[in-house]
Design a protein around this ligand. Structure first.
Ligand code: ACO
Length: 165
């Protein structure tokens, strides 16, 4: 089992994983148009943290780091159907936070959570109260009706992945 963070950089193995991930998103997020999923997963300004087991994608999170604003926007998050509620979603989020802090220099995440995923995000430290100044993110992230805006502050020092892997 491994956790990787990749973007569309033309490396064959990365492309195979990104296609596997967009297929999981397509099945697990039926309200999202498929073309929109492909566009963001393959966009060079987005990154995807994935769980890989025996070279197959188990799930992942695609996000856009706004480095100048120090926050990341989570676009999609899903674990494949038969592997949900086994803890992968939590470990994935911990790897995302560690990478975003240590590599991108981010301090916060924002996401529009689907109604049925609010419980999952709340367990990962996300709140419906937004503490980030509106000027920091307004105009950067797209307003979207189908979800609830949630925020997570990334701890400055916590070793997220030592605790979970
Ligand atoms: N509602 C409430 N609690 C949940 C949910 C949920 N939908 N899913 C998981 N949890 C809880 C679990 O019970 C667990 O609680 P515990 O720590 O007390 O045992 C905790 O959250 C973490 O569970 P994991 O096993 O780590 O979560 P999992 O691997 O299943 O991943 C995920 C969670 C990503 C939501 C997965 O269930 C999934 O892919 N669901 C379908 C797609 C989806 O809804 N994605 C999010 C859409 S919003 C967006 O993408 C921005």
């Amino acid at each position: 089992l491994k956790f990787v963070c990749v973007s569309n950089d033309g490396i064959d193995e990365h492309m195979v994983w990104l296609i596997g991930l967009k297929n999981i998103f397509g099945r697990q997020l039926p309200n999202m148009p498929k073309e929109y999923i492909v566009r963001l997963v393959m966009a060079r300004n987005h990154k995807s943290v994935m769980v890989i087991r025996r070279n197959h994608v188990v799930g992942g999170i695609t996000y856009r780091p706004y480095v100048s604003q120090k926050f990341g926007e989570i676009a999609f998050c899903a674990i494949t159907a038969d592997e949900q509620v086994k803890g992968y979603g939590t470990r994935l989020m911990n790897h995302l936070k560690q990478h975003a802090r240590d590599v991108d220099g981010l301090t916060h995440f924002l996401t529009y959570a689907d109604n049925n995923a609010v419980g999952y995000f709340a367990k990962q430290g996300f709140t419906k109260e937004i503490h980030l100044e509106k000027e920091m993110w307004q105009g950067y992230i797209k307003d979207y009706d189908g979800g609830i805006l949630m925020e997570c502050k990334i701890d400055l020092k916590l070793p997220y992945t030592d605790l979970s892997t």
